[in-house]
Design a protein around this ligand. Structure first.
Ligand code: GLC
Length: 473
């Protein structure tokens, strides 16, 4: 089967969050399973772009209202990622360091979607399915169905995979003329809450809707930033498929970013050595339990709760614990976290920024990983931490609920119900007691390390959904 994944991110080419990890892994496993999966993303000014070779396989023009942009389609020449990677190069719009956050993001991603479809319909064969990811590619299913110039691909099924329904890519009808010509009888399809809502459009027009965990699919029926009723209507074509993790990239036995490799047979020693390196780097005491947070410092991830929870946990435990935070995001949260550095020196540290290598070392060297998310459609960090023998402490929401079971119920982690300072501190307290019972602690670590979160199974579920929609044609 020939599959095109169209996305804004793909690891290791351009990464902001977990979307990149999924788009950088799922296609690889689809190819291993005998399919032909390709990835199309915009061409940003990233390290990967500079350090790798590309050939131009197509060029054209995108017309966006009164603007005209020329574009090239660049193919990575070695296929070393395990899939064919295509970058849509539109220099005026994407030759920038960041993936998102610009005033013209609507124009950027709309041009990207149009250029991607222009190129695909120019090819001899149409793919069997187009898998769009999140709102940045949400207008593709609409354009495939209703735009005159894409008639050739009208009967190709499209699917939208929702990694995060909070972000929806809304814009005003004043930009309607940016879209390629379509039959105006369908203009209503674009509307949700008086705007053009890219995610809502995808949910309406895609032949199938998937979310990145089964529990998140249940949750969005009552909590989806205004799209609840729409999700209820499309339930018949929706499915929650739990993400996998790339067990080749995330393998403590082979991970080159670690100080010491280890497996489930010798994890105690291996983890300790990584912990010591980490503690030396961050002026922490390797004898104390090490709690970490890795991720974006946003309210959505419970980042705003971290400063207060850290301060309270450190004072309640009379400095018997270590906390290390790695992340960036909301400046206020960053400042608040840094303001604790003076009072808790020697027991607390931060690294404000994004650092993939350090993240790997933390998964290996930490004892517990905090994920107090308010919203977590799947969450990958808890799966990485399980694989590295680090016990996740999570709020029971979205995919965290599907993957982490409290050790009180013979599970692999610690979980609590509320995204609150009180619940986080209570869980930390339970972790501190658990840390003293080394036998139990190691049993739970082992359970986590033995859990299979590889992509093989999830990959098969994607194929099942593609088959369902392909057979509808
Ligand atoms: C988004 C979600 C996260 C999910 C990831 C990959 O970043 O917030 O929960 O794991 O996408 O699907």
């Amino acid at each position: 089967m020939e599959i095109f994944h169209i996305s804004a991110e793909c690891y290791p080419v351009a990464k902001v969050g977990g979307l990149a990890d999924v788009v950088g892994a799922l296609p690889k496993y689809q190819n291993k399973a005998g399919h032909l999966a390709r990835v199309v993303i915009p061409c940003y000014d990233t390290k990967f772009k500079k350090e790798n070779k590309f050939e131009c396989v197509h060029w054209g023009f995108v017309k966006l209202g009164k603007f005209n942009f020329s574009f090239n389609v660049l193919k990575e020449t070695t296929d070393k990622l395990g899939f064919e990677l295509y970058l849509i190069e539109i220099p005026e719009l994407f030759d920038r360091k960041e993936v998102y956050g610009y005033e013209d993001d609507i124009e950027r991603f709309l041009s990207f979607q149009i250029a991607a479809l222009d190129w695909i319909i120019g090819r001899n064969e149409m793919p069997d399915v187009i898998n769009c990811h999140d709102h940045h590619t949400g207008l593709i299913p609409f354009m495939m169905l209703y735009c005159d110039k894409y008639k050739k691909i009208q009967n190709t099924p499209s699917m939208i995979t929702i990694h995060n329904g909070l972000y929806q890519g809304q814009f005003g009808f004043d930009k309607l003329h940016y879209l390629p010509e379509f039959d105006l009888a369908h203009v209503n399809v674009l509307e949700w809450d008086h705007c053009i809502n890219s995610l809502a459009v995808a949910i309406k027009c895609a032949w199938a809707v998937t979310t990145v965990s089964p529990n998140y699919l249940n949750e969005i029926n009552y909590s989806a930033n205004g799209l609840e009723s729409l999700f209820n209507i499309v339930r018949y074509k929706s499915r929650g498929i739990l993400n996998g993790i790339d067990t080749e990239v995330w393998d403590p036995a082979k991970d080159k970013m670690l100080e010491k490799n280890y497996s489930v047979e010798n994890f105690q020693k291996g983890k300790q050595q990584n912990k010591e390196t980490l503690c030396t780097l961050f002026n922490l005491d390797p004898k104390k339990p090490l709690f970490s947070f890795i991720g974006r410092l946003l309210e959505e991830k419970g980042g705003d709760l971290l400063p207060q929870a850290s301060a309270l946990a450190l004072s309640e435990n009379y400095k018997e614990i270590n906390i290390l935070i790695l992340g960036s995001g909301n400046q206020e949260i960053e400042n608040h976290l840094n303001s604790l550095l003076v009072d808790y020196k020697g027991n607390y540290n931060t690294f404000i920024g994004y650092n993939e290598e350090l993240a790997h070392l933390i998964y290996a060297g930490a004892d517990f990983l905090l994920m107090p998310s308010r919203v977590e459609p799947c969450g990958l960090n808890q799966m990485y931490s399980l694989r590295y023998g680090t016990i996740p402490i999570v709020r029971r929401t979205g995919g965290l609920k599907d993957t982490v079971i409290d050790f009180g119920d013979d599970g692999n982690g610690i979980s609590h119900d509320q995204a609150s300072v009180g619940d986080i501190c209570y869980s930390i307290q339970r972790a501190v007691s658990l840390y003293k019972d080394k036998k139990h602690l190691n049993e739970i670590r082992q359970l986590g390390m033995n859990t299979d979160h590889s992509w093989e199974k999830a990959c098969q579920e994607y194929i099942e959904v593609y088959n369902l929609i392909i057979n509808k044609v």
